[in-house]
Design a protein around this ligand. Structure first.
Ligand SMILES: *Cc1c(COP(=O)(O)O)cnc(C)c1O
Length: 411
């Protein structure tokens, strides 16, 4: 088992150690929830103040041109692209993940007129499943949504399936799907694949084009550190872009929005997957998060992420043996994202007690304590200290207080 000296040596040799200074984190907080809401880049406050004061306050509507507001969806898309193995002209930052899921699903249905099923796994993130249900309900019987257990996914791929919607890293367990193998298995059966990268973009290297991916969506506010409710992104492989007539045919996906025509004519390429006016304030803060990635490589991030997760598992299992914690994430790092979950029958109050002591993780039913490890701002020593605090909370039964049992609206 590693000692405090060991973990300090790991931090001293860490190529990412200086990145922590690029984030504002409160003193005394060990932040293990970057998989839910990334920390704030230090540049974000000044950048947003500038957008508010100067661009919006002084330049007003001229900013769409003079401050390049209208270009932001594509400019930011171009900054997401290298993180996910896409070309800049295959990614646009727009709308939300839920909306982008709907766009991708409806595109697949259109591209596969002789197929009717949209497929996903049971226990996928709820909005993904709900968007499937909504699309099926609105289709008047044309589309059927189907959920199968993870281990049955490949067998469920047949000639009735138009699209497989699959989340690369599971939000509860961090289980990581093999993108290459699943994409190939699906495409062998003529199925288009939509990868949801919410829990993997910015957390590990992704190479959509090496896997010949069709569509992908992902979140701006998790590992990309874009701020609460930051806009999402959508990737559409170049070969599909001009074959899709968007169902969510918003005016900013029009070829010439400022013609104000009565007739919708989709823009060429990825721009047709835009829908609404971009949220400029939110885009400005997301860009601060994205710019940090330009100064490092995803391979460094992945190497450290694996080390942090392995260290956490080692420390919890050694120092809290006999306290009722069961690993709910894969032990094998090759099939694990950048988070570690443990189940415990008192998971909810234990997480609240940890938060009270400055160790911020979160909780998902049933009994799942989730800890996200964000290599840009979490150190090995943070992991070591988090487990030390957990050990103290368990030894003193500090978690068993009435106010730690009361459920908040957001867990
Ligand atoms: C976080 C997350 C979302 C979020 O969707 P929003 O539209 O941003 O609320 C969707 N899918 C998955 C898998 C997620 O992890």
């Amino acid at each position: 088992m590693k000692t405090l000296e060991d973990v300090r040596a790991l931090d001293a040799a860490d190529p990412l150690r200086d990145f922590r200074d690029r984030f504002d984190l409160p003193d005394g907080v060990i932040y293990l929830d970057g998989n839910s809401l990334g920390a704030r880049p230090k540049t974000a406050a000044a950048r947003m103040a500038d957008v508010v004061e100067r661009e919006w306050g002084q330049d007003l509507i001229r900013s769409w041109n003079t401050n390049h507001w209208m270009d932001m969806p594509r400019r930011l898309g171009g900054k997401v692209a290298p993180l996910i193995g896409a070309k800049p002209e295959e990614v646009v930052v727009a709308d939300s993940t839920s909306i982008n899921i709907f766009k991708a699903l409806s595109a697949c249905i259109e591209l596969q007129p002789e197929r009717s099923v949209i497929l996903s796994e049971t226990g996928n993130f709820p909005t993904n499943v709900y968007m499937m249900q909504g699309l099926a309900a609105a289709s008047g019987g044309r589309v059927e949504h189907r959920l199968v257990a993870t281990e049955d996914l490949v067998d469920a791929l047949d000639e009735t399936v138009a699209a497989l919607l699959i989340t690369q890293a599971h939000y509860k367990t961090g289980y990581l799907h093999d993108m290459q193998a699943i994409t190939r298995a699906a495409q062998d059966k003529g199925v288009l694949v939509i990868w949801d990268l919410c829990h993997s973009a910015g957390a590990l290297p992704i190479d959509l084009n090496a896997c010949n991916a069709d569509f992908a969506v992902g979140c701006g506010y998790k590992y990309l550190n874009g701020g609460p409710g930051a806009p999402a992104f959508i990737f559409v492989a170049e070969r599909h872009q001009d074959r899709v007539m968007p169902v969510l045919s918003g005016w900013l996906g029009h070829a010439r929005p400022f013609d104000f025509s009565d007739i919708y004519e989709p823009a060429p390429g990825i721009d047709r997957f835009r829908c609404s006016s971009p949220s400029i304030l939110a885009m400005a803060s997301l860009e601060c998060g994205l710019d940090i990635f330009a100064d490092t490589q995803m391979t460094h991030i992945r190497t450290k992420s694996v080390a942090l997760c392995d260290l956490f598992i080692e420390q919890v299992e050694a120092r809290l043996a006999g306290h009722g914690f069961t690993l709910a994430s894969p032990r094998d790092a090759a099939i694990r994202g950048s988070q570690v979950s443990f189940t415990h029958e008192h998971g909810y109050p234990i997480v609240q007690a940890l938060i009270d002591r400055g160790v911020i993780g979160d909780y998902r039913d049933p009994g799942i304590m989730r800890f996200g490890f964000t290599p840009l701002y979490v150190s090995h020593e943070d992991v070591w200290r988090a487990v030390e605090i957990l050990q103290d909370i368990m030894a003193t039964q500090a978690w068993d207080k009435p106010h730690f049992h009361a459920r908040a609206a957001v867990t």
